[in-house]
Write a protein that binds this ligand. Structure first.
Ligand SMILES: *Cc1c(COP(=O)(O)O)cnc(C)c1O
Length: 481
C-alpha cells in the first residue's frame, strides 16, 4: 500500500518535471503559426491555462509522465491551443441562421428588423444625426419627440415615451409613482406575478423599484372587488400584468383593463397595464393568425382608459430592443420628469430603427416586418422551402432526410401555449448524433441553430430569412459533405 502510494508520488513528480514553462512554449516552432492569430496577452493566457489544466490533471492523478510526454511529442499541444484560438475567433455577436422555428428567439436576438429599419440604424451609427435639436428652429428638443408622436398615431394614446426595454419601462413606471408622498404600495393580482425568461420577475422588479407589493385575489381568480378592498392611503398604483408566458386554464377570472381604469378614476389612483408583447393590429395591419388567441392588443389596452400601457419593442412589434410606455399625457409627462429616465433612455441608433419600424406600420406596411411575416406564414406556404432544403440534403452522403408536419413557437413568451403549424426537415445521419451535429452547426460558418428532437435534427423554415436557405445548406455541407 505504502509502496504503491510512493510510486504514484514519484510518477507525478516526474510528470510535474515534464510540464513545459511558458518560455518554452513561446519558442516552440510548432506553435509559431498559431500565436499571431490572437493578441499577445490572450496567447499568454491560453498557454498559462493549458499548463495549469495539465498541472491539475497530474495533481488529481489523471495524467502520468508517459501520457504527458506523448502529448508534448505529438499534436495534442498544438491541437488544444488551436481550439482555444478558434473559439476566440468565433466569440461575440455574429450573424446566425435561425432554423429553430422560434421566431422571437431571445437567445438569437429576438426580432430581425426590416431592411429599411436596419439601414436607418447603420446610417446614423456612423454619422452625426438630428438627435436633440429641432431642424426647423435650431432649438434644443427631446430625442424622442418624433417617437412619441409616432406612438401616439399608432396606438391612439395621448403621448408616449420609450426606454431600453419593457423591464426598464416597468421599473420607470413603478419608480415614478412611488415618488408620490407616503404612497408606496402597488396593487397587483396574485395570478399576474409572473417571471419572464428567468431574469425578469415582476415581484423582484417591484422590490428593486422600492415598491411594496400588495397582492390581491388568488392564483386563478381576481375580481375588481379585490383591488377595491386593498386600495388605501398607501396605494400608489393599480397595476395589471399580462401573463405572457403561462396560462391558467379552467376556473379563472381576471380583472379587465377597463374595470381597472374605472376603479382608478373612482378612487383617483393611477392605473397601468404591462402588456409584455404588445400586439399591433389595426385598420392597416392585418391580424396575426387567430392562433395568437387572446394576446391583448395595444390599441384596445389604450382605449380601455388605463393611464399607462407598456410593451416590448422587440417581441410581437418586431422592432429593436426597447420598451414603450403610452397613455395619458399627464402620466407620460411625469415619467419623463423622473431623473431615472435619463438612465434608461435610448441611444440614437435604436431610436432610428424604432422610428423607421413605426413609420412602416403607419404607412400600412406593418406586414412587411420580418417577424410578423414569419408568424403569419401558413404551413402550406412554408412547405416548398422545407422540400427544397430536404432535396438538397438528400444529396449528402449517409443522411436520411424527410419533410414532416411540425409545430413552431412564437417565442419570447409571446402567446403561451400557441403553436403554429409548419413543415420541418428531419435529418438523421449514420454516424453523427443529433446533438453533436447541432453543436457542429453552431460552430460552422455561417452558424446555424437547429432543433434536436426525437433523436433527429429538425430544421424549421419558419424562422428563415430570405437568403438563409443557401447559408443553411452551405453550413450543412461544410459539416457533412
Ligand atoms: C417580456 C415581458 C417583459 C420584459 O420585456 P423586455 O422587453 O424583455 O424587457 C415585461 N413584462 C411582460 C408582461 C413581458 O411579457
Amino acid at each position: 500500500m505504502l509502496e504503491r502510494m510512493s510510486s504514484r508520488a514519484d510518477a507525478s513528480k516526474d510528470a510535474f518535471r515534464l510540464l513545459p514553462s511558458i518560455e518554452e512554449l513561446l519558442h516552440d516552432p510548432r506553435l509559431a503559426a498559431l500565436a499571431p492569430r490572437v493578441p499577445r496577452d490572450v496567447w499568454l493566457g491560453f498557454l498559462r491555462e493549458l499548463i495549469e489544466r495539465w498541472r491539475a490533471e497530474i495533481k488529481a492523478g489523471k495524467l502520468d509522465a508517459t501520457t504527458l510526454s506523448a502529448r508534448l511529442a505529438g499534436t495534442a499541444l498544438a491541437d488544444e491551443l488551436r481550439r482555444a484560438v478558434e473559439r476566440e475567433g468565433r466569440a461575440g455577436i455574429v450573424r446566425v441562421v435561425n432554423a429553430t422555428g422560434v421566431v422571437l428567439h431571445t437567445g438569437l436576438g429576438r426580432a430581425p428588423l426590416h431592411a429599411e429599419a436596419a439601414a436607418a440604424m447603420a446610417n446614423v451609427a456612423g454619422s452625426y444625426c438630428v438627435l436633440e435639436v429641432d431642424r426647423e428652429s435650431g432649438e434644443r428638443n427631446q430625442r424622442d419627440d418624433r417617437l412619441s408622436e409616432l406612438l401616439r398615431r399608432m396606438t391612439g394614446a395621448e403621448a408616449g415615451i420609450v426606454v431600453n426595454n419593457c423591464a426598464a419601462a416597468v421599473y420607470l413606471l413603478l419608480n415614478t409613482y412611488l415618488a408620490r408622498g407616503k404612497r408606496d404600495e402597488v396593487i397587483v393580482s396574485r395570478g399576474e406575478l409572473v417571471e419572464i425568461g428567468g431574469s425578469f420577475r415582476v415581484p423582484d422588479v417591484m422590490e428593486r423599484a422600492g415598491v411594496v407589493l400588495r397582492e390581491v385575489g388568488t392564483t386563478n381568480r381576481t375580481r375588481i372587488a379585490d383591488y377595491r378592498a386593498a386600495a388605501g392611503e398607501r396605494t400608489s398604483l393599480l397595476m395589471k400584468v399580462h401573463t405572457s408566458n403561462f396560462r391558467v386554464e379552467g376556473f379563472t377570472e381576471e380583472v379587465t383593463p377597463r374595470e381597472l381604469a374605472e376603479l382608478g378614476r373612482e378612487l383617483s389612483l393611477p392605473t397601468a397595464f404591462d402588456l409584455g408583447s404588445g400586439l399591433i393590429e389595426g385598420d392597416d395591419v392585418a391580424a396575426l393568425p387567430d392562433v395568437m388567441g387572446d394576446e391583448p392588443r395595444v390599441r384596445d389596452a389604450v382605449a380601455s382608459g388605463v393611464d399607462v400601457v407598456c410593451f416590448s419593442g422587440d417581441k410581437l412589434f418586431g422592432g429593436p430592443q426597447s420598451g414603450m410606455l403610452v397613455g395619458k399625457r399627464a402620466a407620460i409627462a411625469s415619467l419623463r420628469k423622473n431623473p431615472v429616465y435619463r438612465a434608461l433612455r435610448l441611444d440614437k441608433v435604436t431610436i432610428a430603427g424604432l422610428e423607421r419600424t413605426l413609420e412602416l406600420y403607419l404607412a400600412g406596411r406593418g406586414d412587411e416586418v420580418p417577424s410578423r411575416a414569419m408568424l403569419r406564414a401558413s404551413a402550406d406556404q412554408l412547405r416548398p422551402s422545407a422540400e427544397r432544403i430536404a432535396a438538397a440534403l438528400a444529396q449528402l452522403p449517409r443522411c436520411t432526410v424527410s419533410v414532416i408536419p411540425e409545430r413552431s413557437q412564437p417565442g419570447s413568451g409571446a402567446a403561451p401555449g400557441v403553436f403554429l403549424p409548419t413543415y420541418a426537415v428531419r435529418l438523421t445521419h449514420e454516424s453523427w448524433k443529433p446533438a453533436a451535429l447541432a453543436a457542429a452547426l453552431r460552430r460552422a460558418e455561417p452558424a446555424v441553430f437547429a432543433r434536436v428532437q426525437d433523436d433527429a435534427l429538425l430544421l424549421d423554415p419558419r424562422s428563415l430569412l430570405p437568403g438563409d436557405e443557401d447559408l443553411l445548406l452551405k453550413a450543412l455541407r461544410s459539416v457533412l459533405a
